[in-house]
Design a protein around this ligand. Structure first.
Ligand SMILES: [Zn+2]
Length: 215
């Protein structure tokens, strides 16, 4: 497996060893840089309820070049397509970024995502924190101006997402119904907490590739 880490977070990335220990095959890491700031500015999400792209303002392109992207959310499908054209997707390939990504869904709105999958995958570390829905108390506190720490085990979710992409890439297996299985498609922090490991079916499927003791 090849895992690119976006250049801007390479130095602060803390999960190299955990990811290496997760898989039985070698995992190669490499820093990655998007080369086209105009394209990144172009695929910014402008409205939550419309999938439309505009020619960006020069200042937006300039800010992309400088990495000033606070509050920016990107169209995850477009970002993934762009990434796939730039790398070799014949083996499982993942980009880990701190950019926020969202996809436009059937309900006519964009939704933040932890991962967008296709021939390769993009995982958003910020998405791991912000995409899953929190218990109601969290939003009440937030509306009162308290910034509660977000209660998510990032390393656990990162492993879940990598396993989900690997199962999808290798076996075209899309998610598991069992809500304790790492391949379960979690939408809330409470669902993430319920996940314990792999179910029997997925243990068998992945035992040759995954160090089950390290889950
Ligand atoms: Zn399962």
């Amino acid at each position: 497996m090849k895992i690119y880490i976006e250049d801007r977070i390479w130095d602060s990335f803390q999960f190299f060893d955990e990811i290496r220990n997760l898989f039985k095959f070698p995992v190669e890491f490499e820093p990655y840089m998007f080369k086209d700031p105009r394209f990144l500015a172009y695929i910014r999400i402008r409205r939550p309820d419309k999938r439309e792209f505009y020619e960006p303002f020069p200042v937006e392109v300039e800010n992309e070049r400088k990495g000033l992207i606070k509050g920016v959310i990107y169209d995850g499908i477009e970002l993934l397509k762009h990434f796939c054209l730039d790398v070799n997707v014949s083996k499982p390939t993942v980009l880990i970024t701190d950019r926020l990504i969202a996809t436009f869904d059937e309900d006519g709105r964009y939704h933040l995502r932890m991962i967008v999958m296709g021939p390769a995958a993009i995982i958003s570390l910020k998405g791991i924190l912000y995409a899953p829905a929190k218990p109601p108390q969290y939003y009440i506190k937030l509306s009162l101006g308290f910034e509660d720490a977000i209660d998510i085990d990032v390393s656990k979710v990162l492993k879940m997402l990598l396993l989900q992409f690997y199962a999808y890439f290798k076996y075209e297996e899309v998610f598991c119904e069992n809500d304790e299985c790492m391949l379960h498609n979690c939408h809330t922090t409470e669902e993430i907490k319920k996940v314990k490991g792999l179910c029997e079916k997925h243990k068998k499927m992945l035992e040759d590739a995954v160090n089950l003791g390290d889950l």
